[in-house]
Design a protein around this ligand. Structure first.
Ligand SMILES: Cc1cc2nc3c(=O)[nH]c(=O)nc-3n(C[C@H](O)[C@H](O)[C@H](O)COP(=O)(O)OP(=O)(O)OC[C@H]3O[C@@H](n4cnc5c(N)ncnc54)[C@H](O)[C@@H]3O)c2cc1C
Length: 393
């Protein structure tokens, strides 16, 4: 087989998108090397639960031949949705999980499932890409922070929001949405804080008021993930908007942004563990696309970073990984396969990105609560459909 029919493939990033691509290529007998900057798989918590959509995340898992493994870690029982106001009054509960097919899965477990399905040497940990050099023979040289370099025929940027591969095809950079999250978590909530576990319930719960929200989700092992979210300037923390001098000070100063909210909701902040992660929410321009460049492509957040208000990011990343792998495995001409993948990926990610942008703007508005109520009623088939609004996260 010549190099043209079997390209040397490098995948930058061992997130859900890159690992899905690697797994399906492996299944189809194509070699690929994944380069990941983290030094090992559990070096940092991967974050909370994701719900896997049938047409994207679950489709990719099927293509990866991992449906049975997924069923073992999927939490079909955690598909509830709840909406409260800032006084803690329950406005809506959507607890009929029997009809739903968007099971939750912990990010860490999803990543481990994909890693376990790959040969042990498929991921090169501790390899942070710092530059890519194009050569006249149509190969690309990857240069890593360690100084090591290696050449490939096809480089796939699956390296997330701040992709180092993206500048090879596009000048676009993510811009700040105006909304900042602080991620908090409560371990072993059923035993330690049963009243908070009951408040959050078995799924995703929103407390919304006037440009602010607290979002709770139940993860595996009775962990509660909490996002305290608000409109804030991008540099709000540097400018003293949050006292980060100690975990206690951080919780107290975060709670002041939610003054007037009921004490029981503020307990979600005060009872959290000491690990608190600020996350400024960025997005690429809706409809981001590029002129095809042979030998380089992007998937997932590197291609179409969007606000989490749409719940599509990881799902689309996995669908991208699956579709690119199937195109590469199925075609005679791998360059044409990449081009076809890009056309389909651009078309499907644009409406998701537009929906995610509209949703974050609506939730973090003065009328955020009524937008959320309407969206959740529509989601469970109880209200008029309002076009663009998507069920958040
Ligand atoms: C608060 C929040 C909540 C979310 N909730 C949901 C949800 O419920 N459902 C959903 O579908 N999506 C959700 N998302 C979006 C989702 O997290 C992303 O869309 C998804 O992780 C993208 O996957 P990816 O594989 O493209 O990139 P990533 O998951 O970002 O993975 C990229 C990988 O590349 C590595 N990397 C980066 N740079 C380099 C480099 N230079 N060299 C080597 N490796 C590198 C990183 O370490 C990482 O492992 C949420 C996002 C946020 C911020």
């Amino acid at each position: 087989m010549t190099r043209h029919t079997a390209p040397r493939i490098a995948i930058i990033g061992a997130g859900p998108g890159g690992l899905t691509l690697a797994r399906i290529l492996h299944l189809r007998g194509l070699q690929a090397t994944v380069f990941e900057r983290e030094v090992f798989s559990s070096v940092r918590p991967q974050g909370g639960s994701l719900d896997m959509h049938a047409e994207s995340g679950q489709y990719a898992i099927e293509c990866a031949g991992l449906a049975a493994e997924f069923k073992r870690i999927a939490r079909y029982e955690d598909q509830e949705g709840r909406l409260y106001d800032k006084q803690g009054k329950l406005l809506l509960i959507d607890d009929d999980v029997t009809e739903k097919n968007r099971p939750e899965v912990d990010r860490g477990q999803l990543r481990q499932m994909l890693l376990d399905s790959l040969p042990s040497n498929a991921v090169r940990w501790g390899h942070e890409l710092s530059a890519v050099r194009a050569h006249d023979d149509a190969t690309y040289e990857l240069v890593f922070r360690s100084g090591m370099s290696e050449r490939f025929d096809l480089v796939v940027g699956a390296d997330g929001a701040w992709s180092r591969v993206r500048p090879l095809v596009s000048q676009a950079r993510p811009s700040y949405s105006g909304v900042a999250f602080v991620e908090l978590g409560i371990d072993d909530a059923d035993a330690r804080y049963p009243e908070l576990a009951r408040l959050v319930g078995r799924g995703l719960t929103f407390f919304v008021r006037e440009c602010k929200a607290m979002i709770g989700h139940r993860d595996a092992n009775a962990h509660l993930g909490i996002y305290a979210a608000l409109r804030a300037p991008e540099d709000w923390i540097e400018k003293g908007g949050l006292d980060t001098s100690s975990p206690g000070a951080m919780k107290t100063s975060l709670a002041t942004h939610f003054s007037g909210w009921s004490e029981s909701l503020l307990e979600l902040i005060y009872r959290s563990g000491d690990r608190m992660t600020p996350r400024a929410i960025h997005a690429l321009p809706v409809g981001h696309r590029w002129e095809h460049r042979p030998g380089v492509t992007l998937l997932g957040d590197a291609a179409h970073l969007m606000s989490p208000f749409g719940g599509d990011g990881a799902n689309l990343a996995m669908q991208d990984g699956a579709d690119l792998a199937l195109a590469l495995a199925g075609g005679e001409d791998w360059r044409a396969a990449v081009r076809e993948y890009e056309a389909a990926m651009f078309a499907r990610s644009e409406p998701s990105a537009a929906g995610a942008r509209d949703a974050i703007d609506q939730v973090f508005s003065e009328n955020g609560l009524s937008h959320m109520l309407q969206a959740m009623q529509e989601h469970r088939g109880q209200g008029p459909v309002s076009g663009e609004f998507r069920h958040p996260l």
